[in-house]
Design a protein around this ligand. Structure first.
Ligand code: OAD
Length: 234
C-alpha cells in the first residue's frame, strides 16, 4: 500500500527517445539541426510559413512510424490501476502516451496530430500535411490551419488544471526532461512548496536535478517500469 494518493507525472522528450524520436537538446538533438527562432516561434511562421509547415509536416509523418515503448506502457498501466488522483502532463507533441492507452493525460505543448484553424479557432485531428494549405474541415476557410503546437512565446495549454493538480499532489515525478524550458521546469518547485515528494527519472542529472528529493539515472524503458512496479506493488 503506497503512502501516496495524488500523483503528477511530467514527461519530456527523453521518454520517447527509445521509440526513435529525436530529443531537442544535446548531441544530435533537433535544436542542433534547426534554430528555434527559425521554426518554433510565431514570428518564424509569419516570416517563412513554408519552412515552418514543412518542418512540422516531416515530424508529423515521422511520429506515425514510431511505437510506444516500455516506459509509455508502464505509465498507461499506472493510469489504469492507480486509485488516487493522477495527472500525466507531457511536453511531448507525439501521441505515444495515448497510443499506449493513457487516459489521464494533458499535452501542455500541443499535439502534432492536431491542426488549429486561426480563422474559426477549431482544432481538427490531422495526420497529413499542411504545406499545401488545405481547407479547415470545420469552417472551410483556406490558408488558416497551423500546427497545434505551442511555440516559444506562446502560452502553454491546460495550465490551470496542471497547477491545481500540482497543489494537490503528494508525489511529483519528472521523466526524461532537461528542465530547460519554463513553465514546466518550475513544476518541481511548485509541487515541493505544496508538500509533495519529488522524484526525477532521467538519463543524466537535468538542469533542475537540484530541486528533486531523489534522482534516479538511467534509460526510461528501465527506470519507469521499475518505478511503476514499486507504486503498484507488483
Ligand atoms: P530535451 O531534449 O531538452 O531533454 C531531454 C532529456 O531526456 C535530457 O535530459 C536527456 O538526458 C533525457 N533523455 C534522453 N534519452 C533518454 C532516455 N532514453 N531515458 C531517459 N531520459 C533520456 O527535451 P524536453 O525537456 O522535453 O518545446 O524539452 C522541453 C521542450 O523544449 C519541448 O517540449 C520542446 C522543446 O523546445 C516546444 O517545442 C514547445
Amino acid at each position: 500500500m503506497s503512502v501516496f494518493q495524488n500523483i503528477v507525472v511530467l514527461t519530456g522528450a527523453g521518454i520517447s527517445a527509445e521509440s526513435g524520436i529525436d530529443t531537442f537538446r544535446g548531441g544530435g538533438g533537433l535544436w542542433e539541426q534547426h534554430r528555434v527562432e527559425d521554426v518554433a516561434t510565431p514570428e518564424a511562421f509569419a516570416r517563412d510559413p513554408d519552412l515552418v509547415l514543412r518542418f512540422y509536416d516531416e515530424r508529423r509523418a515521422a511520429i506515425q512510424t514510431k511505437a510506444p515503448n516500455a516506459a509509455h506502457e508502464a505509465l498507461a498501466r499506472l493510469d489504469a490501476r492507480w486509485a488516487g488522483e493522477l495527472l500525466i502532463v507531457t511536453q511531448n507533441v507525439d501521441d505515444l502516451h495515448e497510443r499506449a492507452g493513457t487516459k489521464r493525460l494533458v499535452h501542455m505543448h500541443g499535439e502534432q496530430l492536431s491542426a488549429w484553424c486561426t480563422a474559426c479557432d477549431q482544432r481538427s485531428r490531422w495526420t497529413g500535411s499542411l504545406i499545401d494549405r488545405p481547407a479547415c474541415p470545420a469552417c472551410g476557410m483556406v490558408g488558416y490551419l497551423r500546427p497545434d503546437i505551442v511555440w516559444f512565446g506562446e502560452m502553454p495549454y491546460h495550465m490551470d488544471d496542471i497547477y491545481r493538480a500540482l497543489n494537490r499532489a503528494d508525489l511529483f515525478v519528472s521523466i526524461g526532461t532537461s528542465g530547460a524550458v519554463y513553465p514546466a521546469a518550475g513544476f518541481v518547485r511548485e509541487a515541493r512548496q505544496a508538500g509533495a515528494r519529488t522524484l526525477e527519472l532521467n538519463l543524466e542529472p537535468s538542469e533542475g536535478s537540484y530541486w528533486f528529493a531523489e534522482s534516479r539515472h538511467g534509460r526510461a524503458t528501465t527506470l519507469v517500469p521499475q518505478w511503476v512496479d514499486q507504486m503498484l506493488g507488483d
